[in-house]
Write a protein that binds this ligand. Structure first.
Ligand code: SAH
Length: 243
């Protein structure tokens, strides 16, 4: 049985104007970030200009604990506390590109973690709902997102394997933790023409899947092998499944 989750508590902040995240004064990482996009992301075949621009804009270092900031633009996932990780930049870019956003969508992210992926999505979609089961991570992500003026993101604490029915349907759903199988509620909450991107598998072997709700029905595609922390919840893994 998964542990009892904190009560369903929506952490909201005022919707401010949809301006892009502001750089910290005299951003010391601007050059490193531009190099990250060029060498790790464009060079590996991500060509959606809007995705590349979002990755050039969002200060990834702001989502990391102080002692890891100098590593923020390395080609690797990094720990964010509570045994969770922020994904490798290329994987964030790949999953984001697969959503195929054009700016007018409502998107659901399952697994807020640091909030970095949500900040990237906030520049590419009309509104972003992001759900995290660990209240302490959600609270920290909320602080950073608010400081960066990501006014079109809403952070929710709860079990994202059940989706977020209150705001469904979503044109894009992205899951940033590995599920044993695609959670049915997420398919149910996918709008016509919508895309769901998620890793499916166990600790040792996972594949990134894309599900599309087409006029002919649901289509599934396998994209790449990946490695994520477990998606834990009612339609995911049980709390102790991965030891
Ligand atoms: N997208 C994040 C990285 C996510 S790491 C970022 O940009 O930093 C995966 C996250 O999924 C972890 O924070 C973990 O606590 C969360 N998670 C796992 N199961 C979940 C569930 N059922 N609902 C919501 N969040 C979940």
């Amino acid at each position: 049985m998964p542990p009892r989750l904190p009560t369903w508590r929506a952490l909201k902040w005022l919707r401010s104007s949809p301006e892009p995240p502001k750089h910290e004064a005299g951003d010391p990482f601007a050059v490193a970030r531009a190099r990250m996009v060029e060498e790790q992301i464009s060079a590996r075949g991500i060509h959606d200009e809007r995705v590349l621009a979002a990755l050039r804009t969002v200060p990834r270092h702001a989502f990391l604990p102080e002692h890891l900031r100098q590593d923020a633009y390395l080609d690797t996932p990094l720990p964010i506390g509570s045994h969770q990780t922020i994904s490798q930049p290329y994987i964030v870019a790949l999953m984001t590109e697969l959503l195929g956003l054009d700016g007018d969508e409502r998107v659901l992210e399952v697994g807020t973690g640091s909030g970095y992926q949500a900040a990237v999505l906030s520049l590419l979609a009309r509104e972003v709902f992001t759900i995290e089961r660990r209240a302490e991570l959600a609270a920290r992500a909320l602080q950073v997102l608010a400081r960066l003026h990501c006014g079109n993101v809403e952070v929710v604490v709860g079990d994202g394997t059940c989706g977020l029915a209150a705001h469904a349907p979503y044109h894009g759903i992205i899951v940033t933790a590995a599920a044993p199988h695609v959670p049915q509620p997420l398919l149910d909450q996918l709008a016509p023409g919508g895309t769901l991107v998620l890793p499916v598998g166990e600790a040792s072997s996972q594949v990134l899947e894309v599900w599309r709700r087409t006029p002919a029905g649901l289509e599934r595609e396998e994209v790449a092998p990946v490695a994520f922390v477990p998606l834990i919840g009612e339609h995911g893994w049980s709390d102790d499944a991965w030891g």
